[in-house]
Design a protein. Structure first.
Length: 509
């Protein structure tokens, strides 16, 4: 019996199955979910220009995810969006977990300890719980591809490889510029600190730059061009729409301090493993990510919102928490051989206490995921589906801008979506938005959304006529009561005809 238990603990296949099953339980949301409602539609738009015809949000290519869109678009001619989403998730999850097991091995801990570390990390790092709102294992998109490329790049450099990890690091930027930017700078900075030979460094920088070009070239006009995006518009985006990602002042000082307590433990523990090249490399990697995080806070403090468009807060929170559990397991395993300094032990205890209750977080995430699967279709979703089946392609619908699934369910053009800001047209995005929901002001986030929804559902007919005049509109989806012809009612939501729509050439006559 003991031999069977030992073999089970040392079986990679069993440990892998445990972790990926845990991921399905925690992150196996129905496809598409959240960001997938945008990122899995963009390749379809890339393939078929008549998809979401006349839609303003999707009227321009998504420059930040162009490589992902071009790569995935051909699959949409053969496979459904849902199948692509699930396949992409499973492949990315598997590769990320494989990389995490290999990184865990660098800490000289056993397989079951690596598994426990990953499970704890997953349990306490939901998108909501993590400072900065970031995740590594989640939905399918350019970011999930970028993260497994970054992880394998780190492993390659630790093993003194040059060509393949450099290519991976460049592609990491091409698939997701924010992950690739900070991950790439931190990686190359770590190589410099660890005194890699100049010849190797030059090769690495050249290959990384070369394979990042597919992602760099489309972004040059956005970053350096005159796209008329003002500082005030970036401020609006950071403080109103994306405070969870871009405004450290909204996260709480204690939460930010906790991240640096975790890093301090990791660093102090690494001093007991000076001979371990891998741990020294990963500590340096965390140090630079933490430095970028502080740099973001500095620019936020000085109201330099233009810098925040580079998302400097993404990587540090998720990586420092991941490596903390690996360091903790190593400290536990070698406690007798390498006694921890008292200060290190105290900081480790404080770091552990800084985490939310792992069991509570796990239960909450499981409940949330289960709720999504059993959730019944609501009235607004029914209205969107009716629109998709009963209106011509190319019709423009005036619909509640707070729900992300409009484009996916209705398959019709929308005036604007609060959930999908357009970085190169923030001013126009805000104008369209405030035409429908009123002035977006600094309230509590939940109060703000409630106020916006209430304003939309109480638009006057003259407000709607103004929207039609400025942006077009063939149908109206609203809770309000109007004199327009009523086409459909799902209960609380109604679909009104605003004007005779332009019939798509794709529809049979």
């Amino acid at each position: 019996m003991n031999n069977l238990a030992t073999r089970a603990k040392n079986s990679f296949t069993l440990n892998f199955i445990i972790v990926i099953s845990f991921v399905f339980i925690l992150r196996g949301y129905p496809v598409p979910f959240e960001d997938e409602l945008v990122y899995l539609l963009s390749p379809l738009k890339q393939l078929d220009s008549n998809f979401l015809l006349n839609d303003w949000t999707f009227s321009r290519p998504d420059k930040a995810h162009l490589v992902f869109n071009v790569l995935m678009a051909p699959f949409y001619s053969l496979l459904s969006l849902e199948f692509i989403g699930w396949s992409g998730r499973i492949i990315c999850w598997s590769l990320i977990i494989l990389a995490l097991f290999r990184i865990g091995r660098l800490f000289q801990i056993s397989l079951w300890m690596i598994t426990i570390s990953i499970l704890l990390w997953l349990a306490v790092t939901s998108e909501v719980a993590v400072v900065g709102g970031e995740w590594i294992i989640g939905g399918f998109g350019g970011k999930s591809i970028s993260y497994f490329l970054l992880l394998f790049s780190l492993l390659g450099f630790i093993n003194n490889k040059v060509v393949l990890p450099s290519i991976f690091l460049g592609l990491c930027f091409s698939f997701h510029p924010a992950v690739g930017l900070w991950g790439g700078i931190a990686t190359i900075s770590s190589l410099i600190v660890l005194k890699y030979p100049i010849k190797k460094l030059c090769q690495i920088i050249f290959l990384t730059a070369l394979f990042s070009l597919p992602g760099v070239i489309p972004l040059i006009p956005l970053v350096f061009g005159n796209n008329n995006v003002s500082i005030d518009e970036w401020k609006f985006l950071a403080l109103m729409r994306l405070p969870r990602n871009l405004d450290p002042f909204s996260w709480g000082k204690v939460n930010i301090l906790a991240l640096y307590i975790l890093f301090l433990f990791n660093w102090l523990h690494s001093l007991r493993n000076k001979e371990n090249h891998a741990i020294r490399f990963l500590i340096s990697f965390q140090f630079f990510l933490g430095l970028f995080f502080l740099l973001g806070i500095f620019f936020r403090y000085n109201a330099n919102f233009d810098f925040l468009k580079f998302y400097p807060f993404r990587l540090f929170p998720v990586f420092v928490q991941l490596f903390f559990f690996f360091h903790l397991m190593n400290a536990y395993l070698y406690l007798n051989e390498k006694k921890l300094m008292r200060a290190t032990a105290v900081i480790g205890l404080v770091a552990l206490l800084s985490f939310p209750n792992a069991l509570g977080e796990f239960v909450d995430q499981v409940k949330f995921n289960y709720g999504l699967w059993i959730e019944k279709e609501d009235d607004l979703q029914m209205a969107y589906k009716w629109v998709s089946k009963n209106t011509p392609n190319g019709s423009i619908i005036i619909s509640p801008p707070l729900r992300k699934e409009c484009s996916y369910l209705s398959k019709r053009a929308q005036i604007v979506n609060w959930r999908v800001p357009t970085p190169d047209r923030i001013g126009e995005w805000r104008e369209r938005l405030e035409c429908m929901v009123g002035k977006v002001e600094t309230y509590n986030p939940w109060d703000r959304l409630k106020k916006m929804e209430d304003h939309y559902n109480h638009l006057k007919e003259e407000d709607i006529e103004l929207i039609i005049k400025k942006y077009g509109g063939d149908y109206l989806v609203s809770r309000g009561n109007y004199n327009y012809p009523l086409f459909f009612s799902s209960g609380t939501y109604k679909v009104f005809l605003l004007k005779k729509p332009i019939v798509s050439k794709l529809l049979p006559k």
